[in-house]
Design a protein around this ligand. Sequence first.
Ligand code: ADP
Ligand code: MG
Length: 290
Amino acid sequence: MIKISKLIHDYIQRDEEGNPSGTIRAINDISLDVEPGQFIAILGHNGSGKSTLAKHLNALLFPTEGAVWVNGLDTKDQSLLWEIRQTAGMVFQNPDNQIIGQVVEEDVGFGPENMGVPTEKIWERVEESLKTVGMYEYRKKSPNRLSGGQKQRVSIAGVIAMHPKCIIMDEPTAMLDPSGRADVINAAMKLNREEGITIILITHYMEEAIRADRVFVMDEGKIAMQGTPREVFSQVEKMQAIHLDVPQVTLLGHLLREKGLDIPEGILTREELAQALRRQCGCRITAERK
Ligand code: ADP
Ligand code: MG
């Protein structure tokens, strides 16, 4: 679905007069592949290059060196721009900057309309997309009256209405409350599992990466770590060295292990931790949610 080969991205720095004064290397030699239908999480602290990478996947930026292919389409080829943006949709951090319609259903219809989809098909797509993200009952509402999480789901509906093969989400939950975050992540998971859409989720909430097929951790424009969530989160010290946390339950497991309990590294859920503890003490510990 996506192939990145030896990508380098330099931003040009400018002085007060707007003259070039130097360069910042935001992406420093990244190569990676994403298979169709995968759910990928990209983690990294502020300034590690995540948004720059995301913009390359949508041909909003072009390689300084190296190359990026989206579904076989070379992002350097200007004539493929439209096709690339239709193949790989983008959801940004701030839902308020993405919603332009006065009414929810109108907003979701803009994408397919711009693509030249016939009118009756547009309404079909709008209905189907809003149902997918659980926002159909809000179709006649003004986006201004929605919560952040609801707005973000409308933005996602707007992207799915264009029938992309892949959706890149750049910190889509950063401005949301916990329940809005859960709704957005669940909508993304559903698109992946039920519609087979490739999802690339950029986040700094470690918990959101637990269900990913593969995790890439960025640091200073490079891929510092990669693997399954368990492989990556097992390396607590390495994550901490690049100023990242691991999920809380993983950290708790790790600390108990340091205290001498026989608990494996890379615990990802409360259930797993409860099981490991039960094995330890032979006592009854349940992980029921309140
Ligand atoms: P992240 O999304 O992980 O926070 P970014 O991709 O936004 O990281 O930024 C990576 C680096 O590139 C940072 O050092 C940032 O300051 C720099 N950068 C980002 N956008 C620009 C820009 N438009 N011009 C100059 N430097 C930029
Ligand atoms: Mg960013």
